[in-house]
Design a protein around this ligand. Structure first.
Ligand code: ZN
Length: 121
């Protein structure tokens, strides 16, 4: 389905979404579905009037099986280059939502408590 000029959703995925973006040098695929999704993705490429060899780049938004599951297969079938985030591109989980360790913190011995202004003399 066309979502914007030059951007189509991949149809027939069992889980999640993937997008085909048309550019000057060919197609870019955003996410690759679950393992076994190469077939519907290639069918979507043909539906928009392109060939599998037009797929030049695959960009994975994050390392979940419903996003990267068919990247290797598509790379093998089309020769597209795969780009994916490194470890720092991982989505933070809830427990790591604290501020970075470099953030200034009051010294442990400080009598001031968070949210309590220091008392005037
Ligand atoms: Zn995910």
């Amino acid at each position: 389905m066309k979502v914007a000029e030059g951007i189509d959703t991949v149809e027939g995925l069992r889980v999640g979404n993937a997008y085909l973006v048309r550019g000057a040098e060919g197609l870019l695929l955003v996410d690759s579905g679950t393992p076994g999704s190469a077939k519907p993705i290639l069918a979507s490429i043909e539906r928009i009037g392109a060939k599998p060899s037009d797929l030049r780049h695959i960009v994975l938004t994050h390392w979940h099986p419903d996003h990267m599951g068919s990247a290797a297969e598509l790379r093998r079938l089309t020769g597209a280059e795969v780009a994916a985030p490194g470890p720092s591109g991982r989505r933070p989980d809830r427990t790591s939502a604290s501020p970075p360790s470099t953030a200034p913190r009051p010294p442990r011995s400080s009598p001031a408590r968070p949210g309590v202004p220091p008392s005037a003399p």
